[in-house]
Design a protein around this ligand. Structure first.
Ligand code: NAI
Length: 342
């Protein structure tokens, strides 16, 4: 039975006040809202004034999360849906964030999650195609390099694929790169931007330190640069190890996803100049047979507005890109093969 918890914490007066300032209604759904990422992400989205309605779905626990975050004193309405409520959860949704799936345990790579998460993501994409075919889809579930192609092919089969509206969330790599570089350069992390390109696992994560003013100013030696790149590429392992079997990054991931969602919502509302790295269908390496690639992307009212070139790379960064390409190709093809054989 559908368990629905509708929580309207605003009075009629405050609702009217909000409707004048928020001319555009933005309904966001979180699929996997009961999980380690889903819960704090739901809280952060509830705190975002650009979200006017929040739809929380999970095979377990979402009505409880909705009841809890629904008490936060922001204007958005929160509704939680139980296992049989997926279709209803997606009704009228403009942005769908997907953190559903299993996380890594120590010793696992993101690719080890493929078997379980591929089918979860595929089923959720089918439901989005049916109920919210025009929604923007933000994929967090790993392995992102494969789950994004799975969503693309699934939407294609349903005849509703729009490449401008599908994003693999690589923001945590960007957040980590900023934080780790700022720690070395002694700068404010929030102002220490680093573009991270490629994909979202190990060698496919390519931070372009040479393009960062802080990276240039600090003049890293070769060994220091290598250590920083390695930490950015394998930062997730630090968390998996420290959590000792209890999962992977959840809090920093929720922060990163909320940050990306806020940028997208700002662009959807008409703000210009919103640029951030994300894993999208991209022309950059299509000739090499690689359909998806993360690079700086300008977001606009319809999602992807412009995909930026990589820009000037140091020889070492070019080597990192070269090393990323074959792995990315393999990961993307694995996603395609999954959809073809299911
Ligand atoms: P978790 O196990 O704490 O939560 C996952 C949630 O998904 C659970 O509540 C579960 O009930 C739910 N779920 C499972 N099947 C579902 C379905 N068919 N429909 C709806 N919900 C379903 O895992 P956690 O830590 O939240 O991680 C989630 C995913 O995010 C993992 O695949 C993990 O690898 C990935 N991740 C991605 C990152 C990125 O940078 N893109 C960073 C960290 C994690």
């Amino acid at each position: 039975m559908l368990s629905r918890v509708a929580l309207r914490s605003t009075s009629r007066l405050t609702t009217r006040a909000f409707s004048t300032t928020q001319a555009r209604h933005t309904k966001v759904a979180v699929l996997g809202a009961g999980g380690g990422i889903g819960q704090p992400l739901s809280l952060l989205l509830k705190s975002d004034p650009l979200v006017t309605s929040l739809s929380l779905y999970d095979i377990r626990g979402a009505p409880g999360v909705a009841a809890d975050v629904g008490h936060v004193d922001t204007g958005s309405e929160v509704v939680g849906y139980a296992a049989d409520g997926l279709d209803a959860a997606l009704d009228g949704v403009e942005v769908v964030v997907i953190p559903a799936g299993v996380p890594r345990k120590p010793g696992m790579t993101r690719d080890d999650l493929f078997k379980t998460n591929a089918s979860i993501v595929c089923d959720l994409a089918k439901a989005v195609a049916k109920n919210a075919p025009k929604a923007h889809i933000l994929v967090i579930s790993n392995p992102v390099n494969s789950t994004v192609p799975i969503v693309a092919r699934t939407l294609q089969q349903a005849g509703v694929y729009d490449p401008a509206k599908l994003f693999g969330i690589t923001t945590l790599d960007v957040v980590r790169a900023s934080r780790f570089l700022a720690g070395i350069a002694n700068t404010d992390p929030i102002k220490t931007s680093v573009t991270v390109v490629g994909g979202h696992s190990g060698v496919t994560i390519v931070p372009l330190i040479s393009q960062s003013p802080a990276g240039n100013a600090v003049k890293l030696g070769s060994e220091e640069w290598k250590a920083l790149v390695h930490r950015i590429q394998y930062g997730g392992d630090e968390v998996v190890k420290a959590k000792d079997g209890a999962g992977s990054a959840t809090l920093s991931m929720a922060y990163a996803a909320a940050k990306f969602a806020n940028k997208l919502l700002r662009a959807l509302k008409g703000e210009t100049g919103v640029v951030t790295p994300t894993f999208v269908e991209s022309p950059l390496f299509k000739k090499e047979g690689i359909d998806f690639f993360a690079s700086n992307v300008e977001l606009g009212p319809n999602g992807v507005a412009k995909i930026h070139e990589l820009g000037k790379l140091s020889p070492e960064e070019q080597e990192l890109v070269n090393a990323a390409l074959p792995e990315l190709k393999k990961n993307i093809e694995k996603g395609y093969e999954f959809v073809a054989s299911n």
